[in-house]
Design a binder for this molecule. Structure first.
Ligand SMILES: Cc1ncc(COP(=O)(O)O)c(C=O)c1O
Length: 342
């Protein structure tokens, strides 16, 4: 039984695990339309055994956070980007799109209803939000469902790096997480199921996670675990891979903009060949959970390549991290439209 309450929670020592909060949003799609949706205290779903989500992976999800600011208000970071990306995932799996403005409104409703669960400013913790959609109903053949559930739950999560950002090492995987013209650019469960074994093998060898190469030629870096890759070249260009099988990371696009407009770096979205790894003086993984996870070293077959250092975070990585988290927690002025107040 979950005994944790907002009164007893240890905000400073939260990790990334499920804590049941008070309310979640749930909406149903039937007969060609979404209902109004409502908040519920029930965290169990009762669905047909024929649900397409169970058999054919017809499901998608999003990950985002609500941040407590110094004045006590609550920020969402670019939530319309999550709404758009979920609808791109829906399109790829023939699911019913959910209106973007209603998506953001529902996220706000969930945050407001769980306000006591939004971690205090200064702890580095935040309220993680997990919107998801599943195909449901009595089905058995391989086809798109006629009915869907869209839901959003919330759970408080800790700062990824307790006691400061630290580099860690990664392993270039011999597995693929996505097919060349498959679903790599969509946030769908199947991609993550496919990554469990390579991730486990990497962790079993004391690496943080697996790095995936492009599934077509296995010569270019694509993803770092469940995060995008970036590198800083020796002449200060922020480079990140461009590929149709990468999940378009909202953090990555935000860093691209900040690198160019706040740090005055040149930026480039392009192929990142593993043979050219020496061009980078710093490298990192970026995504909502970690913001930035600096890559200390990369194991490439028999070679171990160190970027900036295995123990210290490079100066450009540090500046990017400070700029982005400063914006999210309301300490630094945000570019227009990036912050949505709850
Ligand atoms: C495979 C993958 N790549 C990249 C990301 C980072 O995306 P974002 O910055 O939008 O969280 C995520 C996390 O959502 C992911 O699962």
């Amino acid at each position: 039984m979950n005994e944790i309450t907002p009164e007893t929670i240890d905000w400073e020592n939260l990790d990334f695990s499920y804590i049941k909060t008070d309310y979640r949003f749930i909406s149903k799609y039937k007969d060609g339309k979404w209902d109004e949706g409502e908040l519920t205290t029930d965290n169990q779903l009762h669905i047909s055994e024929g649900s397409t989500a169970l058999h054919y992976g017809q499901q998608c999800f999003e990950g985002m956070k609500a941040y407590r600011t110094e004045d006590g208000s609550i920020n969402l970071f670019r939530p319309f980007e999550n709404a758009k990306r979920m609808n791109n995932s829906c399109e790829r799996l023939l699911m019913a799109p959910y209106p973007e403005d209603k998506f953001v409104e529902a996220v706000k409703e969930v945050v407001r209803a769980n306000e006591e669960w939004v971690p205090p400013y200064g702890t580095g913790a935040s309220l993680y939000l997990r919107p998801f959609m599943i195909g449901i109903g009595d089905n058995v053949g391989i086809k798109a469902a006629d009915e869907y559930i869209f839901s959003i739950f919330a759970t408080p999560v800790g700062s990824y790096f307790k006691g400061g950002m630290k580099p860690s090492n990664f392993l270039v995987s011999t597995y693929d997480r996505a097919a060349p013209r498959g679903t790599g650019a969509a946030k769908v469960g199947g991609n993550y199921a496919a990554s469990l074994l390579p991730g486990k093998e990497a962790k079993g060898r004391s690496f943080s996670d697996a790095v995936y190469l492009d599934p077509e030629t296995h010569t270019k870096i694509e993803e770092v675990g469940a995060a995008n890759f970036f590198g800083i070249t020796k002449d200060d260009v922020f480079v990140t891979p461009k590929s149709p099988s990468i999940l378009p990371s909202i953090t990555k696009y935000s860093l691209l903009w900040l690198a160019e407009n706040r740090l005055n770096l040149k930026t480039l979205e392009d192929d990142v060949y593993i043979k050219d790894i020496d061009q980078f003086k710093e490298a990192g993984a970026c995504g909502t959970a970690a913001v930035i996870a600096p890559i200390g070293g990369l194991q490439i077959e028999e070679d171990f390549h160190v970027f900036y250092s295995e123990t210290e975070v490079g100066p450009v990585t540090k500046r990017l991290y400070n700029e982005l988290t400063g914006i999210q927690f309301g300490e630094i002025e945000a570019p227009d439209g990036w912050i949505e107040k709850v």
